[in-house]
Design a protein around this ligand. Sequence first.
Ligand SMILES: [Fe+2]
Length: 306
Amino acid sequence: MKGAAAKMSNETATATEQPKSAVNFDVKDEDLPEFRDMKFEDINELHLDHPGANDPVYRKRRDYIASLAKKFRETGEITDVEYNDEEQNIWRIVANRLEEIHTRRASKFYLQAKKDLGISNDRIPQLSEMNRRLKELSNFRLAPIEGLVETRGFLSWLSYRTMLSTQYIRHHSRPEYTPEPDIVHESIGHIPMFTNRNFADFSQFIGHGACVATDEELEELGKLYWFTVEFGLIEEDGEIKAYGAGLLSSYGELENAFTDNVERRPFDLKQVINTAYDYSKMQPLLYVIPSYEFLKDETRRYIESF
Ligand SMILES: [Fe+2]
């Protein structure tokens, strides 16, 4: 491995030494830092308010699936999870219910992308299969991770067109809710959007930014990520649609986004990076982009100013 890889060993997983403005978006396998160098600190364990926190069977299962992500960092190979009937059942409940809302509320690009990736309501998709398709479609990649990691580490991997993704699934007692990312949030919320070249490039720009950002700039990037990747809306053919993962993977948030409870403002980057949010509440304010290309161009200009 070259360049950044050597520099990364024994440090955190932050991908340093990235150019701020890459003209060449093609990241080749040999340009990737070794995954074993992803030495994240403070990977979040199960929160006490997680619905599965007091269920020892669930905790054991989650720990096992998390251990596969740790193994990935030694081997670089994604291990498929043999999801059990209970897990498949949670998937079917959530996927079917979300799909009904998606047909009315999701970005048309997203709806097509989900099909292109072969994500169905019948079974939980494997990261390995989505990873193969993503590479073909937009040269983006998935890397398993066992929990929430710190912002700079997480975002800076986007500069290598790599998204860190969990594999375990939420607790069966509350199929509609999870306080942490899970395979539903990743594969129904995030992963389809990375098949969009403009969105993938925009994500990579956020990654470049995270590599060189001051702490203050990193906080701004976090807000940009929140109001786009997680809670973004887009105007398509005169209608407002959702493309953010936090919306697309939550029936409550998705329905709420289109009610009078929410102010939907045209996207203004300066404003977005100065807007505070509360992750524990329904979002009262969302921003609407005119196109994915616009988002990419605005973001590039912004991180070039760092
Ligand atoms: Fe997310």
